[in-house]
Design a protein around this ligand. Structure first.
Ligand SMILES: *[C@@H]1O[C@H](CO)[C@@H](O)[C@H](O)[C@H]1NC(C)=O
Ligand SMILES: *[C@@H]1O[C@H](CO)[C@@H](O)[C@H](O)[C@H]1NC(C)=O
Ligand SMILES: *[C@@H]1O[C@H](CO)[C@@H](O)[C@H](O)[C@H]1NC(C)=O
Ligand SMILES: *[C@@H]1O[C@H](CO)[C@@H](O)[C@H](O)[C@H]1NC(C)=O
Ligand SMILES: *[C@@H]1O[C@H](CO)[C@@H](O)[C@H](O)[C@H]1NC(C)=O
Ligand SMILES: *[C@@H]1O[C@H](CO)[C@@H](O)[C@H](O)[C@H]1NC(C)=O
Length: 621
């Protein structure tokens, strides 16, 4: 078998301490995973390629190996790979095959978590938005349209990954089927059909991963796949052996997601989750991982490195209202969002070192500090309402997916025919955040994340123009009783109970910022609708930085055409990660969409130490 070392920086280490092998079999018995017949303890961590600039993959993978990990667990986000039914994109951050090749070069094995549903705090758990419009579609079920769409994706992925499977000398050891399906359903015909699909496509050992409780395990376990749990290892391991009786599904224990900390949600009341700086929390993590290692079991640290929900890729939790995940997926992970080691990293490296052969863990690379950018000048260059695409006209509003749009915004416009007044209702529920304008002036905000009813009352006169700018804040990836996931307006718009007919709809997917040629002067940015601000800046030294927009309310930032994600004063995220690999020395182009421009917007800057925190929601009633 052929193992190449293209990544020359590591060759010295690997030839000195040599641990890369050209493996060809992965199996297990009741007690142990077996790699080429030898017991193999998975010392794993989760790191999803699609959340990391591909330019930084070698750095992040090397740092995983340097913490002592021997295996990387990786989700694959289907929606990014098949953005429309007829198009595939396996380039850039979606080139997962390249990521796994790089993993092998630094001596890491791979566990593949390809879904089709992955949860992962990603938009709809990885499902493409267009699934909503396929007739008869019932996701996460043994439903012909769903299985057919899933098969096309899984087969395409398997074609890409064939040379990287363990059976072909690659690093991919095994694959997970679905994700915590037992928290969602208990249809074994569905799990069996997926198992067969994975068997045909990959021919790899398979496992399921569920919460450590009876109903989760009974719902999610399937004959022919190893049953594993996540969460507390003590609880999960005991539950697995208690509730799973099928001998085929019993084998070595793997904590499929050992939660290092937790995810961050947009809301004034939600604080940044981290153990950094807390010696007692870090000690508790060390004790759990030591327990697993002593127990001859395996783990996947979730997350080893979280990365970023670039653009509009964040998912949302649901418990009677939408709680969207922040752009940052820092997760308080050992390697922070910008790929820098933390005290959690150092502590876990120490713990792992005491269980593996001396000298088998490569050295930790030197940390390069982020750069500071003192002030980035931007000016209001374009009012969104002056930059609208061709509208689509219809008697009643159309949802986002039916307009062949997955993300971003839609402006729904209605010209009033006869006087009408009362409370505004938009379809069956606000999806998700609505800015309401009357004749171009903001008349209110309705936001589905608020815990209390939020209403806007209007008094409309003939020829008034009512604009409703609807923002998709991310489809739900987790929660009981998950609602219909369509975005935009689903149903009719009423004022005082009367239905408004005849709409113009302007799709604003915002894949790209407006081109510089489109720039115009905005006379009165603070009292108009949303405004694009733009500018350009230079940096002497290329490096990572954290963009801060003090006093800005809410919006989206692009640098050199790359959508860095959402900002929102409510926090807990207060800065956007701007990787150095997205910068150049001269004429970096920045565009900010300010959804709610205000007079207190301070100078944008790049800071070296990011801050987290919450501010009151200026739109809360
Ligand atoms: C099945 O999926 C393929 C590929 O996405 C598609 O071309 C075809 O129309 C689908 N067929 C059915 C019956 O849904
Ligand atoms: C935020 O927390 C405060 C104090 O606990 C509470 O009164 C308020 O209702 C919370 N707001 C939201 C939106 O949950
Ligand atoms: C590992 O933990 C399980 C569950 O608590 C326990 O039954 C088993 O005896 C332990 N095994 C070892 C080798 O410590
Ligand atoms: C764990 O495995 C090793 C090697 O197979 C063995 O020597 C040791 O006794 C096992 N430990 C426990 C607690 O079973
Ligand atoms: C959406 O795409 C489908 C398939 O390409 C097409 O038939 C339909 O007209 C499109 N709808 C809109 C509103 O663009
Ligand atoms: C919207 O209103 C029209 C006219 O009253 C009605 O025909 C239609 O069924 C309504 N749609 C929904 C989803 O309620």
């Amino acid at each position: 078998m052929h193992c190449s070392f293209l990544f020359t920086a590591f060759v010295v280490f690997l030839s000195t301490f040599g641990s890369v092998t050209c493996s060809s079999s992965f199996t297990w018995n009741r007690q142990s995973f077996l790699l080429n017949g030898e017991p193999y303890q998975i010392i794993g961590g989760q790191m999803d390629p699609q959340r990391i600039p591909y330019q930084y993959w070698p750095d992040r993978l090397y740092k995983a190996r340097a913490m002592g990990l021997n295996t990387i667990f990786s989700y694959v986000f289907w929606d990014q790979i098949q953005p429309t039914p007829d198009t595939w994109d396996l380039t850039g951050r979606n080139n997962v095959a390249e990521y796994f090749r790089l993993a092998q070069e630094v001596g890491l094995n791979v566990v593949l978590r390809a879904g089709p549903f992955v949860c992962g705090e990603h938009e709809w758990g990885g499902f493409p938005a267009w699934l909503s419009e396929v007739p008869g579609m019932v996701v996460r079920s043994n439903n012909a349209p769903f299985m057919n769409a899933s098969k096309a994706y899984i087969e395409r992925l398997a074609t890409e990954l064939q040379p990287l499977l363990i059976t072909h000398g690659g690093p991919i050891l095994m694959a997970q089927i679905e994700n915590e399906y037992g928290s969602y359903g208990a249809d074994h015909t569905y799990m069996a059909a997926l198992r067969d699909m994975f068997n045909d496509a990959f021919g790899l050992p398979l496992y399921t991963n569920d919460g450590g409780g009876e109903s989760y395990l009974i719902g999610g376990q399937i004959h022919g796949a190893l049953a594993e749990t996540d969460g507390s290892p003590q609880v999960g391991f005991a539950a697995r052996d208690q509730y799973v009786t099928d001998p085929i599904s019993l084998g070595p224990q793997l904590d499929g997601e050992y939660y290092i900390t937790w995810l961050d949600l947009w809301a004034s009341n939600s604080s940044y989750q981290t153990d950094v700086g807390s010696a007692s929390s870090i000690k508790a993590v060390q004790e759990d991982l030591s327990w697993i290692l002593t127990n001859n079991s395996s783990f996947n640290i979730y997350m080893f490195h979280g990365g970023t929900n670039w653009g509009f890729q964040n998912g949302a939790d649901w418990s009677d209202s939408l709680t969207p995940v922040t752009t940052s997926y820092d997760y308080g992970a050992p390697l922070d969002e910008s790929g820098r080691i933390t005290d959690v990293y150092s502590a876990l490296r120490e713990t792992i070192s005491s269980y593996v052969a001396a000298g088998s863990i490569p050295p930790v690379p030197k940390q390069i500090p982020p750069i500071q950018i003192d002030s980035i000048e931007v000016s209001p260059t374009l009012a969104l309402f002056d930059f609208l695409p061709q509208p689509i006209s219809a008697v009643t509003p159309t949802n986002m997916e039916a307009l062949n749009q997955s993300h971003g915004f839609i402006l729904y416009r209605h010209t009033v025919q006869s006087a009408i007044s009362g409370t505004l209702e938009t379809g069956d529920a606000p999806r998700d955040r609505l800015l309401i304008y009357l004749n171009g002036k903001r008349a209110g905000v309705i936001d589905s994340i608020y815990q209390y009813p939020q209403t806007v009352t209007l008094a409309l006169q003939p020829n008034d123009v009512l604009d409703i700018l609807v923002e998709n804040m991310g489809r739900v990836n987790y929660g009981p009783r998950i609602p219909d996931q369509r975005k935009g307006i689903v149903g009719n718009v009423t004022v005082g109970g009367s239905t408004l007919m005849e709409w113009e709809m302007f799709p604003l997917s915002m894949e790209e910022p407006p081109t510089p040629q489109a720039r115009l002067d905005v006379k009165d940015p603070v009292s108009s609708g949303p405004v694009f601000y733009s500018g350009s800046f230079d940096v002497d030294t290329l490096g990572d930085t954290f963009l801060e927009l003090p006093g800005w309310t809410k919006g989206v930032v692009w640098v050199n055409g790359i959508n860095l994600g959402r900002y929102w004063t409510v926090g807990p995220q207060q800065t956007l990660y701007l990787p150095g690999c997205y910068l150049k020395n001269r004429n970096n182009d920045i565009t900010v969409l300010a959804l709610e421009p205000n007079a207190n917007q301070g100078a944008i800057r790049g800071i070296q130490t990011r801050n987290w925190g919450n501010n009151p929601d200026p739109d809360a009633p």
